[in-house]
Design a protein around this ligand. Structure first.
Ligand SMILES: [Ca+2]
Ligand SMILES: [Ca+2]
Ligand SMILES: [Ca+2]
Length: 197
C-alpha cells in the first residue's frame, strides 16, 4: 500500500488527530451523511458523488496534507474492509464511531440507576458543549449514543434510525416546555428519576 496506509491507523497519529468528543463526532457524521439517509454510503450515487469518498478525502488531507485518487481509493478499501463490520457497503453510526478517535463513553463511569447531583453536574457540562445552558441537537444525539452504548451489545447495533426513535421518546418524556432542547432541570429530572436506557 502507499504512504497513506500508516495514516489509516489513527492510533499511530499521536498529536495530528485529536481524540474527539462524541458531540463533535455527531457533527462530522451529519456533515458527511449529505443525503440524510442515516448511513455513510460507500457506493457512488447517481450524480457521481460518494459520501464515504468525501470523508476519506478530507481525512487524508487533514492527516497528510494531500493524497491522490489512488491513495483515496486504497484507504477507502482498507476502511471498508476493517470497519464495515456487517458488510452492507455502508457505514452505520456504530461502525463509523470505531473508525474515528472518539472519546471513551463518558456515561460508562456512572451507575445506571444512581446518578447523584455531582455526577449530574459533570454530565451536563460534558454534553452542553457550547455552554448554551441546554443540551440540544448534536449534543442530545451524543448523549443518547452514550446512554445506549453503556450496554455494549446495544451500542454495536446502533443506527441513526434507532437513535432518532429514542430521541423522540426522550424528548416526549423529558422536554417539558417542548422547545426541543433539554435544560438542566429537564435533563436532571430525566436522568435521576426517569432514565430508561
Ligand atoms: Ca447517506
Ligand atoms: Ca455497515
Ligand atoms: Ca448546548
Amino acid at each position: 500500500m502507499t504512504s497513506c496506509e500508516s495514516y489509516t491507523f489513527l492510533s499511530k497519529l499521536g498529536g495530528s488527530v485529536q481524540i474527539m468528543s462524541i458531540v463533535d463526532f455527531m457533527k462530522i457524521w451529519r456533515h458527511y451523511d449529505s443525503d440524510k439517509s442515516g448511513y455513510i454510503e460507500t457506493e457512488d450515487k447517481a450524480d457521481g458523488s460518494n459520501e464515504f469518498r468525501d470523508f476519506v478525502t478530507d481525512f487524508l488531507k487533514q492527516c497528510v496534507g494531500q493524497c491522490d485518487d489512488t491513495s483515496v481509493q486504497e484507504t477507502m478499501d482498507f476502511f471498508i474492509q476493517k470497519y464495515d463490520v456487517n458488510k452492507d457497503g455502508k457505514f452505520q453510526l456504530s461502525e463509523m464511531i470505531q473508525l474515528l478517535p472518539v472519546e471513551d463513553n463518558f456515561m460508562a463511569q456512572f451507575s445506571k440507576t444512581k446518578i447523584n447531583t455531582d455526577d449530574f453536574e459533570r454530565i451536563f457540562q460534558h454534553y452542553d458543549q457550547d455552554n448554551s445552558g441546554k443540551v440540544e441537537g448534536d449534543e442530545i444525539d451524543g448523549l443518547i449514543r452514550d446512554l445506549v452504548s453503556v450496554d455494549e451489545e446495544a451500542g454495536k447495533e446502533l443506527t441513526m434510525d434507532k437513535l432518532a426513535t429514542i430521541r423522540a421518546e426522550l424528548l416526549s418524556v423529558a422536554d417539558m416546555d417542548g422547545d426541543g432542547q433539554l435544560d438542566k432541570k429537564e435533563l436532571e429530572y430525566f436522568l435521576i428519576s426517569g432514565r430508561k436506557f
